[in-house]
Design a protein around this ligand. Structure first.
Ligand SMILES: [Zn+2]
Length: 615
């Protein structure tokens, strides 16, 4: 092909014969005397920044120290991936959508390997259906509304109810099982405190897979296959991730695992052991049956002989109805490596496990208790099991002196066995002895949850009557409830978590499989755009080095282009700079691998391929 100069568009270095869609790259001076350059479109299929909307430069960096890492959600907005519309509600811009699309196709690939079929359920669901499974109680973070006929609806935060209804109505025989269905869809949560951008928004994109099996053994096999598939998916991202045993929360069921990316911004704490395979979320606390009894005079110390008690760690909570204040105490354990008594905190999830009515995350619980209970209430005392009874008595006596109000009753929380102990109240810290093997030491990492697998059993199928006729030859009853599993991966969360885990003080970074573009080619001057298109073609011709490349052909200076490329986080930058003008070598940059090297034209494809394989 003979390449010439486009006669119509200044600096358009394509064939003289081609037709530009618009011919207006010239600088125009309008009546208000503001000069600007319009965008123009080329007809070839190559990716060009001039034809791709990246509104990054319009949002300036907040002042920060040079070595300071910017918040990743601010980075996502500043680099032009997302834009906040309302609190907890975001628009996805072209760069963000490319990342999301790539995550979706990666998910499609792995769900296909599981033989799962893709569906798309409605975002609307009926409140009636949710009432039947008991998930629409007080405090449920669900968007609810009525239509013009006063029928009650909700915006689905998840689809267990609907999918159980759907499959239950269409499947009658064990011969139709197993069934594996998944979707990638928008979900909604009436989040009381939207925060951390995409991490805790009110609308989010999620992949949810639902599995249906005829009996428990096959359901557990399915669970293992799903776990293996999840590992395959997360391995492709080439980022460190943690798989932890988890609490099933209000999903029901008894077996569940969480998948996390370690990040200082994470809201979860993951505890792992240096010696054994103990890895679990701090939230996972074995609950014990507890009883609450009013204190009697026998429970208090003899005032005259009150002992000097060791300082106790105190944490105060309030119940959801605000009628009870909960005061919890534990004592720091002498278990750290250095044998120095660590300053342990109380694990709020242990309190929640013992007293499910406790509301977590309430500020100033004592003040709220006083203002909500002019007519009196009760104070519940919870003591960690390592506190001796005389110390408990001494503490209760000082509390009795403080609570002079007759209308406030004092109660103690005990485990059913009669001992004071309830779940271990001490929050584990890095360096503590492992609770499982007692030889290893634990590490506590902040992490962001990006996926979850649950074996649900018959939690939903029983309530919604989803059953199948079993094999006439088997000894089971005539019909059985289907065994279910549900398995999520948060797509919006994965975008935010990746941004948080990989960003540095210069900008974002992306694993190559989900990067908006894997390679960007940047010219030093506008007249070098044609040479950049040559690099573009070289990388994609024959056996392509990667899936996509983009050329920055906009009429802005090269330094701004390089800075923006760092901010956006393209895995590889090819810069046609000084080395190219002097010797025809390309400067290849990869910030994640700390590579900046000049390579010849002959070496370029192999060099870039090697870099991308590590990302
Ligand atoms: Zn261990």
């Amino acid at each position: 092909m003979r390449l010439g100069v486009c006669a119509r568009v200044a600096n358009c270095a394509r064939s003289a014969n081609h037709e530009c869609l618009r011919y207006d790259t010239r600088t125009i001076t309008c009546s208000s005397k503001i000069s600007y350059t319009r965008r123009h479109y080329h007809q070839d299929a190559r990716n060009r920044c001039s034809a791709f909307w990246i509104p990054s430069s319009k949002i300036h960096a907040e002042k920060k120290r040079k070595d300071e890492k910017e918040d990743s959600n601010v980075l996502l907005a500043r680099a032009g991936f997302i834009r906040q519309a309302y609190s907890g509600i975001f628009h996805l811009l072209p760069l963000g959508l490319r990342v999301q699309d790539k995550i979706e196709s990666l998910l499609d690939k792995h769900m296909h390997s599981l033989k799962a079929s893709k569906v798309s359920l409605s975002s609307l669901s009926s409140q009636d259906l949710w009432s039947r499974t008991g998930r629409l109680g007080e405090g449920a973070d669900v968007f609810k509304f009525s239509d013009r006929r006063d029928a009650k609806w909700l915006l689905s935060p998840t689809h267990e109810e609907e999918i159980t209804e759907l499959v239950g109505s269409l499947v009658q025989s064990y011969r139709d099982l197993p069934i594996r269905l998944y979707q990638i869809s928008r979900k909604y949560r009436d989040e009381p405190r939207p925060r951390q951008g995409l991490l805790r928004g009110r609308e989010f994109l999620m992949k949810d897979l639902y599995t249906f099996d005829v009996d428990l053994p096959t359901a557990l096999q399915t669970y293992d296959v799903v776990r293996a598939t999840y590992q395959g998916f997360f391995n492709e991202l080439k980022m460190p991730y943690i798989v932890a045993e988890a609490d099933s929360g209000n999903m029901g069921g008894e077996l569940s695992h969480e998948y996390h990316l370690p990040s200082l911004k994470g809201e979860d704490s993951i505890i792992s052991c240096s010696q054994c395979d103990y890895v679990r979320n701090e939230e996972l606390v074995g609950s014990k049956q507890v009883e609450i009894r009013p204190l009697t005079s026998a429970d208090f110390d003899d005032r005259g002989a009150m002992k000097q008690t060791l300082p106790l760690k105190e944490a105060i909570f309030i119940t959801r109805d605000k009628k009870s204040l909960v005061k919890a105490y534990c004592r720091s354990r002498d278990t750290t490596e250095s044998n120095v008594v660590a300053d342990h905190e109380i694990n709020q999830y242990a309190i929640k496990a013992a007293l499910p009515d406790v509301a977590l995350g309430i500020e100033n619980p004592s003040e709220q208790f006083v203002s909500s209970n002019p007519e009196g209430g009760s104070i519940l005392y919870v003591f960690g099991e390592q506190i001796a009874w005389p110390d408990v008595q001494a503490k209760l006596s000082t509390e009795q002196d403080m609570n002079k109000r007759d209308d406030v009753s004092m109660c103690i929380v005990e485990s059913a066995s009669g001992a004071k102990g309830i779940p271990d109240l001490v929050k584990l810290q890095t360096g503590d002895k492992c609770p499982a093997c007692s030889e290893g030491r634990v590490q506590v990492q902040k992490a962001i949850e990006i996926g979850h697998t649950f074996h649900l059993g018959t939690r939903y199928s029983e309530v919604l009557d989803a059953k199948v006729a079993v094999d006439p030859g088997s000894k089971s009853k005539h019909e059985m409830f289907m065994q279910m599993g549900c398995h999520g991966i948060g797509v919006s969360r994965l975008i935010a978590a990746t941004a948080s885990a990989l960003s540095d003080n210069r900008g974002l970074n992306w694993p190559r499989v989900i990067a908006p573009f894997e390679v960007i080619v940047i010219p030093h001057q506008q007249t070098d755009v044609q040479a950049c298109l040559g690099v573009y073609d070289q990388i994609l011709e024959g056996e392509p080095v990667c899936q996509d490349v983009i050329v920055d052909d906009r009429e802005i200076d090269w330094l701004s282009k390089l800075r923006e490329a760092d901010l956006v986080g393209y895995p590889v930058i090819i810069f046609l700079g000084k080395a190219w003008r002097e010797r025809g070598d390309y400067e290849v940059q990869c910030r994640r691998l700390k590579v900046k090297q000049n390579v010849s034209r002959a070496e370029l494809s192999g060099f870039v391929r090697d870099l991308l394989e590590k990302l």
